[in-house]
Each structure stands twice: as C-alpha cells, then as structure tokens.
Design a protein around this ligand. Structure first.
Ligand code: SAH
Length: 216
C-alpha cells in the first residue's frame, strides 16, 4: 500500500464508526489506511469520508463505510485467509479485505467497474487481489474452497454454489431479500456441513442480478 496520511475527515469517520459499535482494531486500522476518495468519482470526492453510500457508474453504489466495517468485522478475516467477494463495485470493500487476508478473489458483472477497480488497486499498490468478470452467483470454483465469502449485493436466496465453495469452519456474510424489501444482513458459519445463522442488521443493497456478465 502507498503511504497515506489520513485526512481529519477520515479520522473523524473512524471515530464515528467506533461510536456506532465497531470494535475490531484490525478493521478500523485498514479503513484508516485506505483512501476512500480514490474509489468515488471526482464529483463526490468531498463526500468520500462521510458515512454514506454514494453513486458509482453502471447505476451501482459504493457501500456506506459503517456497513463495510460491520460486514468486515463479522467476517473475522485472518492473515492467511483466501477470501471470495461477489460484487467488486468500486473496489473499496475489496481493498479493505485485501489488507486483512492473504488473497482476495472478487467477481463483478460490469466490465467498466472491474477495470476501474483494477486500476485503483494498481495505483494504491495492492497486489493480492484478482478480479473476474462474471456472474458471482456461481462463485469462482477455480480457487475454492474459501475461508471467507462476502457478498455485496442482495438476493432473495442464498446462492448454493457459494455455500458449496465455503470451507468447513468458513464464514459467509451476505444481504438476503428482494430489491424492494428491507433486507437482512446475515452471517452464516459452516460447521460440519450445517450453517449456523446470525442476523446482523437490516440493510438495503442493490440487487444481485442473475445471468451473464454484461459487456458494459
Ligand atoms: N462493495 C462494493 C459494492 C458495490 S454494489 C462497493 O462498496 O463499491 C454491488 C456490486 O455487485 C455492483 O457493482 C454490481 O454490479 C455487482 N453485482 C450485482 N450482481 C452481480 C453478480 N451476479 N455477479 C457479480 N457482481 C454482481
């Protein structure tokens, strides 16, 4: 990672995340080291360190920092882990995961977003991320099993291939629900083939869109 001196607005954001209940020092430190302004479009740069979701190209959104922190904390990522992310989007969440894990594989269905994210990872010097263009509902069998899986778009069901590609003892965090519903953010831990479920929060994510990768 490049050297990055956190601006005052980012330090204030980190303090507000602590006040909202985020406790993991590793997660907060990774967020404090990551220039979110690099992951939003220029016109939103001023809002980069506010605790809010912002629009990104292709009608998608960069997640709210609190939700990124909550999901990452619940995922409990360790140094040696291999992580699968579904929905690269801006790449901001991917960048946080990459600083906590050994390697991150991330699937995105929009070429535009994948390529922009790749350029950002190169610019800030993150070299342990591989992005793929495709339908993340299928996971990425080539590198399975994964210690951790994070899904950043909501679907009414839990895609079965993702559960299959999760290692035993692994954790998956994902929003479940329809596009117009209040969705549940779930944490599922795979233990002896069973899934132990915890509801983390009520959330609103863009939909996990089935089907082929778009060429946009
Ligand atoms: N963590 C990202 C969130 C982006 S929004 C960020 O903070 O920037 C969710 C992303 O999931 C969008 O980029 C959307 O294009 C992508 N997505 C939706 N359905 C998908 C699918 N089936 N496979 C892969 N990516 C998908």
């Amino acid at each position: 990672m490049i050297e990055f001196e956190p601006p005052v607005a980012l330090i204030e954001l980190i303090m507000s995340l602590r006040a909202k209940g985020i406790q993991s020092r590793r997660v907060l430190a990774a967020m404090e080291r990551t220039p979110r302004e690099e992951f939003v479009d220029g016109s939103y740069a001023e809002d980069a360190y506010r605790d809010q979701a912002l629009p990104i190209p292709c009608g998608q959104t960069i997640s709210q920092p609190y939700i990124v922190a909550l999901m990452t904390e619940a995922l409990d990522v360790e140094d040696g882990h291999t992580v699968l992310e579904v929905g690269t989007g801006s790449g901001y969440q991917t960048a946080i995961l990459a600083q906590l894990a050994n390697r991150v594989y991330s699937v995105e269905r929009y070429r535009t977003l994948k390529e922009k994210a790749d350029a950002r990872f190169a610019a800030i010097g993150l070299t342990n991320i591989k992005t793929m263009l495709g339908d993340g509902r299928d996971g990425y069998p080539a590198q399975a099993p994964y210690d951790r899986i994070l899904v950043t778009a909501a679907s009414p069901d839990i895609p079965a291939p993702l559960v299959d590609q999760l290692a035993d003892g692994g954790i998956i965090v994902l929003p479940v629900g329809g596009p117009h519903d209040i969705q549940k953010l779930l944490r599922l831990e795979k233990s002896g083939g069973e899934l132990v479920e915890t509801i983390l929060a009520q959330v609103r994510f863009v939909p996990l869109v089935p089907g082929q990768a778009s060429d946009l």
